[in-house]
Design a protein around this ligand. Sequence first.
Ligand code: NAD
Length: 729
Amino acid sequence: MAEFHYAVDADGVATITWDVPGRSMNVMSLQGFGELDAHIDTALADPAVKGVVITSGKKDFAGGMDLNVIARMKDEAGDDPARGLFEGVMGMHGVLRKIERAGMDDRNKGGKPIAAALPGTALGIGLELPLACHRIFAADNPKAKIGLPEIMVGIFPGGGGTTRLVRKLGAMAAAPFLLEGKLSDPKKAKAAGIIDEVAEDPVAAAKAWVLSGPSIVKPWDEKGYKMPGGAPYHPAGFMTFVGASAMVNGKTKGVYPAAKALLSAVYEGALVPFDTAIRIEARWFTHVLMNPSSTAMIRSLFINKEALEKGAVRPAEVADQSVRKLGVIGAGMMGAGIALVAAQAGIEVVLIDQAQEAADKGRAYTESYMDKGIKRGKATAEKKQDLLSRITATTDYSALSGADLVIEAVFEDTAIKAEVTKRVQQAVGETCIIATNTSTLPITDLARAADRPGDFIGIHFFSPVEKMMLVEIIKGRETGDRAVAKALDFVRQIRKTPIVVNDARFFYANRCIIPYINEGIRMVGEGVAPALVENAAKLVGMPLGPLQLVDETSIDLGVKIARATKAAMGDAYPDGAVDDVIFWMADQGRLGRKAAAGFYAYDAAGKRTGLWDGLAAEYPPAADQPELTEVQHRLLFAQVLEAVRALEGGVLTDIREGDVGAILGWGFAPWSGGPFSWLDMIGAARAVDLCKGLAARHGDRFAPPGLLTEMAARGETFYGRFGPAAQAA
Ligand code: NAD
């Protein structure tokens, strides 16, 4: 079935309408490119056609390239994948350049005007195609998002968007759109110069423009074109490029190949004529697509993330369990956040705490959150009222009547939680699912307080709830499918990404992040310079070093978890060396950011001013410091081996969840695609060798798990053995 339709009206304007069948949003496929190419040829060859308008048959223009196609392009590129990819990309450029030249000769004579009319969102190739047209019209649709978000999934705009946007806006002005994937609504996109006009009826405006006999030569095809803001060897351009290079390397720490490649494409492209610049862009794009990091990022951050959001692990036979009325017990930090995100999703919320004052404070969180949004022009007073009208703050459990899901977020205490579960049960009906937001207590134990343990489940949010995209759903031993479906349908309603794991100490995310923090603290105890620990973490792509992370989550929480873990494990407890350091820190009153004193020092405004120099008095750095890679391997393997053990022990049942959960849950080096993708990148055999070395030098916690050793011996990869294709076989 056709993805692009072609029609010519009585005025001689050909309209090419993009309308991919069976999808709510257009995405570009290889078939689509072929059809577009053929329609352009028809329009340019037909003397009755005066010009062309390219638009969409849907409410939006396009969401971008089908990233599954990019993933496949590489696999199908034959014996010489780099060449295959480069030629594929150049083929795409050929079509776009044909649109841009529109039949003009080499003296810029002749040709037909081609305009883009965007009814709504235009992302990625959905903006790169309009950028190749001669004028871009967009509807005045404040919900529309316009931009080039490719960098977010580990690639960069490789359909000419990089070269064209830099030439249209200048390198400096294009930087936030290319390097940060910044999206704008049509009015802001016009103000930035990305699109040309905002119109009530963009198709009519585009047709009128096409018929007005406009000049269609792009500035960069004119003689004497100068790049806005200056090319690299212009004094102003020099400043821009030196600054951009420093900024990109500062932000990415050199671990994201796409950002560097983008910058190279922009810099080198700026020194040469347009058609050469496009070839350079295509070469750098190929270079990025050939890097295993981009494959892994696309797989985890796009394909698998979306699959999980669409219910890849949802019990298929259970009917829709969308939540209509949600109860939240405990209006503290987490409960208040859960109430906010549920109200944003249009769900009615009853927010309960012990005292009315506490419940009101929880509801007021939504109020202050919306006030901040209003100040920044991102929300309206009506929207705020709308959200607040959905949240009832009370101490009265009878208000829960009719709730179909209740989430408990009271103090982390088994007895208090059990008492709350019992009270909830008395107030709700027989089909209500009860969930706990506990971060450490086994779900199976908490389910003992429930009359119907099959309808009891863990729904573990991360803090701050409104920002963190992952929700970890935990099945207790008796949790049934309906509870799992309820939790997943709720997470879909609030537009977050779920993973479903089995019950075990610390579930999945905390299980992996605690050893990371502990390894950092352990090194400080051994005399490794704290700055080396923190920088090693950042240079391997972790968003926060372990010492900063424990400052953020608070040192007394670390102490509390250590005490509880020790009590549970007895003599097998392995982290005494870590406790020496954090117990000492707690004794010094250095509890982390909230006390404005931790591994870091803070100023009066609570801003970090640097690592705390007082630490050296108790834990002086040793004269001999380890190699950077040794520190990095300790920090990475501390997390990764725990992920492997979670898979081996059946806590994780799907490696996609392990990878997506790691990146969204605790920021595990996103460039790697997640712990399992990283292990596949270096190979199980090398991982086992590295682990053996680490175990010999630093202890048994690094001993390779049996599963990894077995995979090394058999030459297996995680995605080969446990990936969706292997599971389906
Ligand atoms: P908090 O101390 O900010 O809030 C707890 C709230 O529960 C308080 O308002 C308290 O008054 C209320 N409460 C206590 N007993 C109650 C009862 N019997 N009935 C009604 N309300 C009661 O704590 P928090 O940080 O929001 O954590 C809540 C839960 O979420 C804990 O189980 C915690 O482990 C878990 N959790 C916390 C985080 C985090 O980062 N803070 C992350 C994930 C999960």
